[in-house]
Design a protein around this ligand. Structure first.
Ligand SMILES: [Fe+2]
Ligand SMILES: [Fe+2]
Length: 472
């Protein structure tokens, strides 16, 4: 059964908010703070309206409507996937029990922490992308950026709902702090490193949505398994929205590669700078950077905390229910990356301890699919060049390889060698300045910047020269 969203309400929702006056009041008190955060930290480019997709219900056909809306009037709402009244816990020590509708006291602190960490990433990415509108390569891309931004805003609402509905006064305080921390801030930075990096240009944006939003997908995938049913249902719906963000990254980077490949062919050269495009070598460096910082988001290879979360039923594995094992992992082991006598290697650990490594492995395999797509573009342009994911030990700041330096091929380097060569593999200040110099806005209908190929299709069946955004 599908619960229709109530759009007559101040806060659109499918959680019967009007039946819980106290919660409704708490959320209505938070709403103006959210809006003032959006005004000051959200998209900086003034617009009249944007052709946006809005979630109106969670069933298959009705969950999205498209229309031109002023972004500030976007209907940020609270939507949980439909409840399965028979849902059972799929893993851990409570496996087989009915899923929890309330937070068990003993897991309160841990669940709150998990929700806060997830919640913190949502507004962070909006802040990171705040100034990109000023340099959009087309109205189509501008619209996609804003779509991602409003949905990350909605994901913040999703986490704030859980905090306010289930964690009392602590939850309300955490909801305020989610608006108080800011990406890159000295005094109150966002919780995770990658969310304090800048997203200064559109190549970074595409790599971020491809690699870093995909980390989000995997984290949400583990929370979707949670024994705490409201969290599981929230994350299930967020995952639907998240897939568009990765589509933006996948196709955005693919179109950059396509344009570069086209010019390489046309002029029979690797040097596309004279033609105002981004060299493949620079694209590879951006890929190296965003992949490696995203790997850090998965945490250390071994973690007792994460093992405890699993055993408690708070956080499962990717595709938990499709796995063919006992879902308790009390006597299995897993190989994880490790530094062994100063060398890059692997070591066997109890499976419960190695859950971060398990999730990262799923993530890496998924990342490879996009790289294959980008390489297919090079192949069809008749070029022998290939992009590739760097070695897991490359440019790491978290986990087993945080203290060593390695090339993208996984060869160890001394600190001095790394310093001397790192800009062969990571974007140098010169690379970044060059990419930034290309970032001139193109706001004319149907027109595109010279460094990117057009998309194959418009949005929701609209043509490429549709007015996706009306600037103010
Ligand atoms: Fe999100
Ligand atoms: Fe996202």
């Amino acid at each position: 059964m599908t619960t229709a969203a109530d759009y007559a309400e101040k806060i659109p929702n499918n959680v019967k908010l009007q039946e819980d006056r106290r919660l409704q009041r708490a959320l209505e008190a938070w709403q103006p703070n959210f809006l003032s955060w959006w005004d000051t930290m959200g998209p900086a480019l003034p617009t009249r309206d944007v052709y946006l997709r809005t979630a109106i219900s969670v069933d298959r056909d009705g969950w999205a409507v498209f229309d031109h809306v002023p972004m500030r009037d976007y209907r940020w709402g609270i939507f949980l996937a439909d409840r399965d009244p028979d849902r059972r816990i799929a893993f851990g020590q409570h496996k087989g029990d009915a899923a929890w509708q309330q937070v068990p006291g003993e897991y309160r602190a841990s669940l709150q922490r998990l929700i806060v960490i997830q919640g913190d990433t949502e507004p962070a990415s909006v802040e990171q992308q705040r100034n990109l509108g000023a340099t959009a390569p087309s109205l189509y891309d501008l619209r996609n950026l804003f779509q991602v931004n409003v949905e990350e805003g909605r994901h913040l609402w999703a986490m704030v709902y859980l905090l306010q509905a289930h964690f009392g006064r602590d939850g309300r305080e955490e909801a305020e702090l989610l608006l108080h921390r800011h990406s890159g801030s000295q005094e109150a930075p966002r919780i995770l490193g990658a969310f304090n990096e800048e997203t200064p240009d559109w190549l970074s944006f595409f790599m971020f949505t491809y690699f870093t939003d995909r980390d989000g997908k995997y984290q949400l995938g583990t929370l979707k398994e949670s024994a705490f049913d409201p969290l599981a249902r929230t994350c299930a719906f967020m995952l639907k929205e998240e897939s568009h963000h990765m589509f933006v990254g996948l196709t955005g980077a693919q179109r950059v590669v396509e344009r570069t490949a086209q010019l390489m062919r046309e002029h029979n050269t690797d040097d596309v700078i004279p033609y105002g495009a981004i060299p493949l070598s620079v694209i590879q460096k951006y890929l190296n950077f965003h992949f490696s910082v995203s790997l850090d988001l998965f945490g250390g290879e071994t973690s007792t905390n994460v093992g405890n979360y699993f055993t408690a039923g708070l956080k499962g594995r990717w595709a938990e229910e499709r796995r063919k094992d006992d879902h308790q992992l009390t006597d299995t082991s897993i190989m994880v990356d490790a530094l062994i006598d100063g060398q890059i290697g692997q070591t066997e650990v109890p499976a419960l301890l190695g859950l971060n490594a398990d999730l990262r492995r799923e993530y890496i395999a998924d990342c490879q699919n996009g790289v294959d797509r980008w390489n297919a573009t090079l192949t069809s342009a008749g070029l022998p060049h290939r992009l590739k994911l760097p070695h897991v030990a490359f440019n790491r700041h978290v986990g087993a390889f945080a203290d060593i330096r390695a090339t993208p091929e996984g060869e160890l380097l001394s600190a001095a060698e790394w310093e001397a060569q790192k800009y062969e593999w990571l974007p140098s200040p010169v690379d970044r300045t060059y990419v930034r110099s290309l970032m001139q806005p193109v706001y004319e209908r149907g027109k595109l910047a010279a460094w990117i190929a057009p998309p194959r299709n418009g949005i929701n069946g609209k043509p490429l020269d549709y007015e996706y955004v009306h600037l103010a």
